[in-house]
Design a protein around this ligand. Structure first.
Ligand code: C5P
Length: 422
């Protein structure tokens, strides 16, 4: 995505310290970030920190910079406004359209999309006044990210915790891109390998063991990566949908064929996305002729042997410079346990990111929509919900951010601005 002018509003809640992470991620993603904290926010996080991390001066006072009409200029110039954390009070002010500080003026003077990340105690979040204010903002087209459920400032826990900075940033950039109808070219010059579909393990010349994966999600990822400028190799395993144009397509059928194709293609790739459903087992023997019923038999026992775990093979081999994204399709109904399974799988496979989705008789497979959580080594990186194409872009947003973080050095102490003297 091209460089955006982004206003990050910070309001006065404990989670303000995490807003620094939001600012930093947006700056690292190449955007011009202007922080507008409220007076309350500055009691939690210092202006020098915000100036150093955003690399821009930070203003709060409505009566400063009057000659340049700052109270409207910041909002007019913005392509995107992100407010994190958004306290119950600031949500009420936004819903009422109040403009008693620089942030309120900035929001009212702007036509940019607004993304807010609420953070407050559970009781305040569930309060009818807050719920009504949030509903008002949602109706006006404001994107609400979170709040997450988890430990709050004290010993208590519940809904109200601010979403993690990466999740907020991914949602905000996706919103900005969608609003601008922008063709994103953030994968140009990158080599991307995607596996899609489901493997088939032959039993005999006419039968196989397969799965219900249609290949829609993997194909959408390949198409999305292509649209964002990548050179894409699609390893296609028995697709039930048309393969996308503009990609180098390698058709495979069994897990071992997929392994050979992906291992070859992954060498030197920037990003490998393993969306294919790969059979864990294959028949120990493949019959040369069609297996026939035997007179009087009342069943057939098949012996299966393990297939190689291709993703784990790639993950545990040196793969510096190649970001590895796995998928985990799970039938676990409980959200917390689903994420715990995902985190364990990420670790076991040595992947960098894992896209977790729930599957079942009616969920996940062959449908046009999907709902996923994208896990990184440090927890949830983003959630994506919608068409398989929008989920594909959500996954690529996180991957692009990850590739940039790998390339960008940490600013560290040496690059921080000196403390003002006096
Ligand atoms: O272990 P599980 O099948 O849940 O792991 C799913 C992820 O691992 C997917 O990304 C899939 O493409 C990959 N996989 C693999 N080789 C296997 C089984 C799964 O690469 N034998």
């Amino acid at each position: 995505m091209s460089r955006l002018n982004i206003v990050v509003g910070i309001t006065g809640g404990i989670a303000a310290y995490k807003a620094v992470g939001v600012v930093r991620a947006l700056v690292l993603a190449g955007h011009d970030v202007h922080v507008v904290p409220t007076e309350g926010a500055l009691r939690f996080v210092g202006r020098p920190t915000l100036e150093a991390i955003s690399r821009n001066p930070v203003h709060t006072d409505l009566y400063e910079g009057v000659a340049e009409v700052r109270h409207v200029a910041i909002g007019q110039a913005a392509d995107l406004i992100v407010i994190a954390p958004a306290t119950a009070n600031s949500i009420a002010k936004l819903a009422a359209g109040l403009a008693d500080d620089l942030l309120g003026n900035t929001v009212l003077a702007s036509e940019a999309p607004i993304v807010i990340a609420p953070a407050m105690h559970t009781e305040m979040w569930l309060n009818q006044a807050t719920a009504a204010n949030v509903a008002t903002l949602r109706e006006r087209g404001v994107t609400i990210v979170g709040p997450a459920v988890g430990q709050l400032t004290g010993a208590d826990s519940g809904p109200g915790r601010m979403e993690e900075p990466d999740v907020i940033v991914a949602a905000a950039l996706a919103r900005a891109a969608a609003a601008a109808g922008l063709p994103r070219d953030d994968l140009s010059g990158r080599r991307v390998v995607v596996t899609a579909g489901g493997t088939r393990e032959p039993l005999d010349p006419v039968r196989f063991l397969g799965n219900r994966s249609s290949g829609k999600q993997g194909v959408a990822i390949a198409e999305a990566a292509r649209a964002r400028g990548a050179q894409v190799t699609l390893i296609a395993a028995n697709l039930e949908v048309a393969a996308p144009g503009g990609c180098d397509i390698r058709s495979v059928s069994t897990a071992r064929e997929l392994q050979a194709a992906v291992t070859e293609a992954a060498a030197g790739a920037d990003l490998v996305v393993m969306a294919a459903a790969v059979a864990d087992y294959r028949p120990a023997e493949v019959s040369e002729s069609k297996i026939k019923k035997q007179p009087g038999d009342d069943g057939l026992t098949l012996e299966l042997v393990r297939n190689p775990d291709i993703l784990a093979g790639l993950g545990h081999a040196p793969h510096e410079g190649t970001l590895l994204v796995g998928f985990a399709a799970e039938t676990e109904p409980d959200d917390e346990r689903l994420l715990a399974l995902g985190a364990a799988k990420l670790e076991a496979k040595g992947a960098d990111l894992l896209v977790v989705n729930r599957v079942g008789w009616a969920e996940g497979f062959a449908r046009d929509d999907n709902r996923v959580v994208i896990l990184g080594r440090d927890g949830v990186r983003a959630r994506a919900d919608g068409s398989k194409m929008s989920v594909a872009h959500g996954i690529l947003d996180v991957a692009v951010q990850h590739l940039r973080e790998q390339a960008a050095p940490d600013p560290g102490v040496a690059r921080e601005q000196p403390a003002p003297s006096g």
